[in-house]
Design a protein around this ligand. Structure first.
Ligand code: NAI
Ligand code: 15L
Length: 266
């Protein structure tokens, strides 16, 4: 069991889920976001801080033996926004981890948008080249590179999870391939903290979807066996909407509509 688990991005979609779902993993959970985290239970601490504030992040990370780093810009946005949260923020997190009196094991919430321009006809594994589909995707590739460098140079272990689409249900036909249930996500994070030696793996964060494009054989040593399958939602989706046409980015690229988005100017 971890002594103190830090969850960043604690007021976001996944942060709120993890606040309860990861409770069994640690004696104390430190919840952090820019704002919006309230009502600490007896096993919780709340620390509001901006990831772009280096000193505040150092204080935030100190004493934590596990970090689930969900905080950051989570969709495409103008560069300044992406840079401060996902570039400066990730650098600050790794520097804080390096300086901390306790070396934490880290889960980095990367994204399928790090590989989004690969066509849906291709099967990817951890060795596949990155093909980011926007500034947001580029920032996730940067985060994975930081994780790799801090592992090689300082021995800090990180699991980079290229999360597909973690929502209560798939929202469109593309997500029949990319969807990950909350329970599969929690089980993956549990394995990441339990495995004796983690290293710095790339993991595709998706349930056991029949239509998946991703191969996690490289991380079989984690012992993670996702239980859910997005196919269970196909009939419901079909009743709600037509599948995308064959030239629609949602049917062509793994990153879907992100690939057709332009650069967001200020
Ligand atoms: P979200 O946007 O709901 O939550 C992100 C949280 O980070 C927000 O509460 C926001 O206030 C906080 N944040 C942003 N910049 C910050 C800063 N500079 N300082 C402090 N806090 C900051 O996103 P969601 O869906 O919860 O995703 C969590 C993480 O997982 C994100 O890093 C996202 O990129 C990644 N991810 C999520 C996927 C999903 O399906 N939900 C898919 C792929 C990746
Ligand atoms: C992501 O990276 C986003 O954070 C999330 O909101 C979804 O858009 C997801 O990818 C997806 O591709 O479905």
């Amino acid at each position: 069991m971890l002594k103190k688990l830090l969850i960043t991005g604690a007021s976001g979609n996944l942060g709120v889920m993890c606040r309860t779902g990861l409770k069994p993993l640690a004696e104390t959970i430190r919840l952090s976001d820019r704002d919006g985290v309230t009502d600490a239970a007896s096993h919780e601490e709340i620390v509001h801080c901006d990831l772009a504030d280096k000193d505040a992040v150092e204080a935030l990370v100190e004493g934590c033996d596990g970090i689930v780093h969900l905080g950051g810009q989570s969709v495409e946005a103008p560069w300044d926004t992406v840079r401060s949260s996902n570039i400066d923020g990730v650098f600050n997190l790794y520097e804080a981890a390096r300086k901390s009196s306790v070396t934490p094991r880290i889960v980095f919430a990367s994204s399928n948008h790090a590989i989004g321009f690969h066509p849906q006809t291709e099967r990817l594994d951890a060795k596949s080249l990155t093909r980011p589909d926007g500034l947001y995707g580029v920032s996730k590739v940067f985060g994975e590179a930081m994780a790799s460098m801090y592992h090689d140079k300082f021995g800090i272990e990180t699991a980079c999870i290229r999360i597909g689409s973690c929502f209560p249900e798939p929202k469109n036909h593309r997500m029949l391939a990319t969807w990950m249930s909350d329970r599969d996500f929690f089980a993956l994070i549990e394995r990441i903290f339990l495995v004796p030696s983690l290293g710095c793996p790339i993991i595709y964060g998706a349930s056991a979807n029949s239509g998946s494009w991703w191969d996690n054989r490289e991380v079989a040593y984690l012992g993670w066996q996702p239980q859910d399958n997005a196919e269970a939602f196909r009939a419901k989706l079909d009743a709600q909407m037509d599948p995308p046409g064959k030239d629609d980015p949602n049917a062509v690229y793994q990153g879907g509509a992100f690939c057709a988005d332009g650069i967001h100017e200020e």
